[in-house]
Design a protein around this ligand. Structure first.
Ligand SMILES: Cc1ncc(COP(=O)(O)O)c(C=O)c1O
Length: 309
């Protein structure tokens, strides 16, 4: 399974963990110490922040390559190992990283690039290999991390990198060494998922047809879905109490969506988060739009009522 994941993500080797959260915590803790620095996007996943407690960090804004260049020029030379840490697809807003520019800057400033592609693997790229494939940058990312809990449909996570890096991590990553391995059921499911992804891109086409259709419909209907370009749709409500109510009303109509509020986002950024799958049919998406419109007539979510009203 490690070799399959490595091949699928275009890396030499991989190491499996029992959660994606544990990957980021363990790998970053193993690689960066007090003489090193991590340059991190403002919207990286919580697990990245929890892996950086032994090292120096600088925030680089969100998708801001000009600021990244400025800070690399100013700070890089003061440290031994430097690493830029970004997500491929941002988990709450559904936007994607400016990967080509980031790869070029990392090369110019002798800095490792760490890409958490939890949401990109299985969804982005011609054959679903993630944002590196989407931007046509195979083999140009030093470290790719992923989860088995999204497009693979199970639980667990992995890191994929050079053989030398993975050999080092295999003996130095506490969250892998001191935690149980994934179960045979997970391994079987993940191998099958990779086989399906490799053999047939019909699921990917179906998924992207759904994404284009839902984005068009939600925009036409006047919902605020930020700058999403992925199967993650934030429907902005900007009021945590209303989010709870919207989720309840969707559930009543047999639609499952996730309410997102503090601590994942601030109260003013509270939203309903919809994740699309290749198995959704257009009729499901029409039912969702109809339900959201009905709920809007009760709760006025399109208008972004003040969050504290
Ligand atoms: C970007 C990102 N990284 C890492 C994780 C953690 O993955 P897992 O659910 O496997 O712990 C998630 C999942 O929530 C995520 O969205």
């Amino acid at each position: 399974m490690e070799q399959e994941l490595a091949d699928f993500t275009g890396q030499e080797a991989a190491l499996i963990f029992s959660s994606g959260f544990g990957v980021n915590v363990g790998v970053l803790n193993a690689l960066l110490g007090k003489n090193d620095i991590a340059f991190i996007d403002l919207q990286v996943h919580r697990s990245v922040l929890d892996g950086l407690f032994r090292t120096n960090t600088k925030k680089i804004g969100h998708n801001n390559v000009d600021y990244l260049e400025f800070i690399l020029k100013k700070e890089r030379h003061k440290y031994e190992t430097a690493m830029v840490i970004i997500d491929g697809v941002y988990s709450q807003d559904g936007d994607i990283a400016p990967l080509s520019e980031t790869v070029a800057l990392c090369k110019e400033y002798n800095t490792l690039l760490y890409l958490d592609d939890a949401h990109g693997i299985g969804t982005f790229g011609k054959t679903g290999r993630g944002v590196a494939e989407h931007f046509d940058l195979p083999g140009q990312i030093d470290i790719i991390t992923g989860t088995l809990s999204k497009s693979f449909g199970t639980v667990g996570g992995f890191v994929a990198a050079s053989k030398k890096m993975i050999d080092y991590l295999r003996y130095n990553t506490n969250t892998a060494i001191f935690s149980a391995a994934v179960t045979p059921q997970v391994t079987g499911s993940v191998l099958k998922a990779i086989e399906l992804m490799r053999s047939d891109t019909q699921y990917l086409h179906k998924l992207w047809n759904n994404v284009h259709y839902l984005r068009k419909r939600l925009t036409e209907e006047g919902f605020d879905i930020k700058q999403t370009v992925s199967p993650i749709f934030p429907v902005m409500v900007r009021n945590p109490h209303k989010v709870e109510e919207v989720i309840r009303l969707l559930n009543e109509r047999h639609i499952y969506a996730c309410g997102v509020g503090f601590p994942a986002v601030t109260d003013k950024e509270a939203r309903v988060r919809i994740s699309l799958s290749a198995l959704h049919e257009q009729k499901h998406l029409d039912t969702l739009i109809e339900a959201l419109n009905e709920i809007d007539s009760l709760l006025h979510i399109k208008k972004h009522c003040q969050w504290n009203k």
